[in-house]
Design a protein around this ligand. Structure first.
Ligand code: SF4
Ligand code: SF4
Length: 204
């Protein structure tokens, strides 16, 4: 009897979860039905990439310890870490580091697993070139600070649809003081309750 009730309970829970997922999916579909195509006059106008955009990788040579974790976690073993062993100090000496953005799939694994955080994903997405070999960035090119849509005076920066105020569909002629519908990551963090302090487990 107990087993039967548990089976029914599990089934009901799964059915409710499935209905919830379905309604969320349909919600996205209906939301897109209301939208109309917007023409962005590139390159005079550009959309501001999202905070979690995975663009060109930035690399800090001074922080790299040549551990090659980035190579091992890369699905195509792409980063090239060029180092030599210094026999006197018995330490690795980094010579060069490169990533070929003509091959990189921008999965972000290398950034995620780098133990010294010397890699980061930037919002730079304009990587087209006449020669694909010029997309093989060495440590100097990787260390260049990324371009930013919002700091370029020659570009009119437009908010992406997800960052427009609620109900607004067109990023043109938007009052900049109008807040966006979603919260920024730091605003989400502010709303989260602080984690409880760990218990010491001292005997009472
Ligand atoms: S994982 Fe980070 S520290 Fe290690 S070699 Fe790659 S970039 Fe350098
Ligand atoms: S972003 Fe992904 S594919 Fe590109 S170098 Fe890093 S791990 Fe490799």
């Amino acid at each position: 009897m107990f087993g039967f009730l548990k089976t029914v309970g599990d089934y009901t829970r799964e059915a409710v979860d499935a209905a919830k997922s379905l309604s969320q999916g349909l919600g996205v579909t209906f939301d897109h039905l209301r939208r109309r195509p917007i023409t962005v006059q590139y390159p005079y106008e550009k959309l501001i990439p999202s905070e979690r955009y995975r663009g060109r990788i930035h690399y800090e040579f001074d922080k790299c310890i040549a551990c090659e974790v980035c190579v091992r976690v890369c699905p195509i073993n792409l980063p090239v870490v060029d180092w030599v062993m210094n026999k006197a100090t018995k330490k690795k000496e980094l010579r060069n580091y490169s990533i070929d953005f003509g091959v990189c799939i921008f999965c972000g694994n290398c950034v995620e697993y780098c133990p010294t955080n010397c890699l980061s994903m930037t919002e730079e997405y304009e990587l087209s070139a006449f020669d694909r070999h010029s997309l093989n960035f060495d440590n100097v090119a990787l260390g260049r600070l990324p371009t930013s849509v919002t700091s370029d005076p020659a570009v009119f920066a437009l908010r992406e649809l997800a960052y427009l105020p609620a109900g607004v569909m067109d990023p043109h002629d938007l009052d900049p003081s109008r807040p966006r519908a979603g919260k920024r990551p730091e605003q989400v963090l502010e709303t989260l309750a602080p984690a409880p302090a760990p218990t010491t487990g001292e005997p009472g």
